[in-house]
Write a protein that binds this ligand. Structure first.
Ligand SMILES: [Fe+2]
Ligand SMILES: [Fe+2]
Length: 228
């Protein structure tokens, strides 16, 4: 595989996102980094990484529909916004609410043996939940309607503020991944513990695709219009 920038890799192979997530390679905020440098930055062996990545893509692309589909790049601003609201915003609201409930349950049940981890995880998750829920409302009620209507400099500044929110969410996610040892359940963890961490992992994967679609497809398309 050639040394291309991460956002081009994802455009060409949408399923690479899951593989990159597993290896903690940030294609979201680091989308403009070159693949080889990103591998080296993570201290991974380049040859075996590329071999595994190619095998993974070959297997997955044969059986799964791409998650960042090629047609997203062809959509208009209106279509992209409708797509984001109908998919990622809905799915993530559902996941946030489900995790919130389960996490409080495991905090209560496993407090004695895992209080240090669970208090930190609960607190980080609640910060992320609050940030995202407010962010979704700002997009849906304020910035997205403006983006559909007018490509002005004032709207462009609001779009830049959304990008800054994405970075903030990315930082909280990295802290959550670190504190949970990448959502690893302790050996005495119950099925709810496991389900909560599995759902958090799914949430994080969805958020990365969501932010990528906004940062790398929707916002550049809007910025181009605002510059004209
Ligand atoms: Fe969004
Ligand atoms: Fe957003």
């Amino acid at each position: 595989m050639q040394n291309i920038i991460l956002s081009d890799l994802i455009r060409k192979h949408p399923l690479a996102t899951t593989f990159l997530n597993e290896h903690h390679i940030d294609y979201c905020c680091g989308g403009d980094h070159l693949l080889y440098s990103a591998i080296e930055e993570q201290g991974l062996d380049k040859e075996s990484f590329l071999l595994e990545l190619e095998q993974y893509l070959h297997e997955m692309e044969e059986r799964i529909n791409p998650v960042i589909r090629e047609e997203l790049y062809e959509m208009s601003i209106e279509e992209l916004i409708d797509h984001l609201e109908d998919t990622h915003h809905q799915i993530e609201r559902m996941l946030l609410s489900s995790i919130d409930e389960k996490l409080y349950t495991i905090l209560s049940v496993h407090y004695t043996h895992h209080k240090d981890e669970l208090v930190d995880v609960f607190s980080l998750f609640e910060d992320l939940r609050k940030e995202l829920l407010i962010h979704f409302v700002q997009e849906e009620k304020e910035v997205f309607p403006l983006m559909k209507r007018e490509a002005t400099q004032a709207t462009l500044m609001k779009v830049e503020a959304l990008e800054a929110d994405h970075e903030g969410a990315g930082i909280l996610i990295k802290q959550l991944q670190k504190r949970t040892n990448d959502f690893t359940v302790p050996s005495d963890g119950c099925p709810t513990y496991r389900a909560t961490y599995d759902l958090m992992k799914k949430l994080v994967e969805d958020i990365f695709l969501h932010i990528y679609t906004e940062n790398a497809i929707l916002f550049p398309k809007f910025e181009q219009g605002a510059m004209l």
